[in-house]
Design a binder for this molecule. Structure first.
Ligand code: TYM
Length: 327
């Protein structure tokens, strides 16, 4: 049995297929045999501007998504990051052993600066990976199931933990990232060279887990492919159709090779029709459950989660304070 921790930012009202296949799918398997902590990382959401009322809704919807996906609160701890103050306490300690030069190397920060310029980049965004390190190290997590875009943050987390242990004695566990072979990077439907993202302004770039059947059909129909009309998995030369094949393989559990064979005589239009149907069928049980979850259920889950997370976090921060000379 291993200790597992992961989290998702409530920075939009619903999640998309990338979140599900990059992160949540792994969580569902891991919850059976491990001690799992799944956070709603609401403090991380603040690194992009959030309207307060909407943020509250997003937090509720994210817990709903966790439950409707099949996370079992009898088996896992679901909690809100901002309710455990130890995350920010440990964050501060870790900022004092992390180099600014290390933060400047983070792709997420570099991308933002490239798009919007350094002048408007927020200190919160630069420090974001240190708070993520605190989330993980506070719970002695051994495994961190995430999508591919988070690997760099995990490497920094390991480096910070190593540095702390060297200086103050063995304190933190070095966490391992867990990344799926297929699904670690689902690409945007309108531009398969960039990852599917909830911050994308074009709603046709992603499939939200709560999208209605008609909308799913339209989105898949509009998805960018190429002019070859030949169904083949080749992410370099044919990124659009390869992304759609990946999604098809994930929702149907049919291997990519078998899909290529099945659709070798078929053009894109028919494949897209089948894909839309397969996504609709895949999401249907999720959507039914999602609509049945009550606010009292959510409150109960968060309140139980808070107690369990707090007990562990408190002990750990006391140990850290003692090691560095604050106790
Ligand atoms: P976030 O909220 O951006 O994304 C949540 C999870 O979904 C994965 N993901 C994807 N996977 C495949 N294809 C995509 N298109 C795609 N889009 C998102 C992400 O890799 C991630 O696993 N920094 C984290 C949140 C975080 C965290 C943590 C994670 C904060 N503290 C501690 C793990 C442990 C983030 O921004 O994820």
């Amino acid at each position: 049995m291993k200790r597992v921790l992961s989290g998702i930012k409530p920075s939009s009202d619903v999640l998309h297929l990338g979140h599900y296949f990059g992160a949540i799918k792994q969580w569902l398997t891991l919850q059976e045999k491990n001690e799992c902590f799944f956070a709603v990382v609401d403090l991380h959401a603040l690194t992009t501007p959030q309207e307060p009322k909407q943020l509250q809704k997003n937090i509720t919807n994210l817990v709903k998504t966790y439950l409707a996906s099949g996370l079992n609160p009898q088996k896992v701890v679901i909690f809100k990051q901002s309710e455990i103050a130890e995350h920010t306490q440990l964050f501060w300690v870790l900022t004092t052993i992390t180099k600014v030069s290390e933060l400047f190397l983070m792709t997420q920060y570099k991308d933002k600066v490239q798009k919007e310029g350094q002048k408007s980049a927020l200190a919160g965004l630069l420090n974001y990976p240190i708070l993520m390190a605190a989330d993980i190290l506070l719970y002695d997590a051994q495994l961190v199931p995430v999508g591919e875009d988070q690997i760099q943050h995990l490497e920094l987390t390991r480096e910070i933990a190593r540095r702390f242990n060297q200086r103050f004695g063995e304190t933190f566990v070095l966490p391992q990232p867990l990344v799926e072979k297929v699904g670690a990077r689902i690409m945007a439907l309108d531009d398969p060279t960039k990852k599917m993202s909830k911050s994308d302004k074009n709603p046709f770039s992603f499939i939200a887990l709560t999208d209605k059947p008609e909308l799913i059909k339209t989105k898949i129909k509009k998805a960018v492919t190429d002019s070859e009309n030949r169904i083949k998995y080749d992410p370099i030369k044919k990124p659009g159709i390869s992304n759609l094949l990946t999604i098809m393989s994930l929702v149907t559990r049919i291997p990519l090779k078998s899909l290529e064979k099945k659709y070798q005589e078929t053009g894109y239009a028919l494949f897209k029709e089948d894909l839309a149907e397969a996504i609709i069928k895949f999401l249907s049980p999720f959507q039914t459950k999602y609509n049945q979850i009550s606010s009292s259920q959510i409150e109960k889950v968060l309140s139980e989660g808070r107690k369990k997370a707090k007990t562990i976090a408190q002990k750990k921060i006391q140990l850290v304070y003692q090691k560095i000379g604050l106790r």
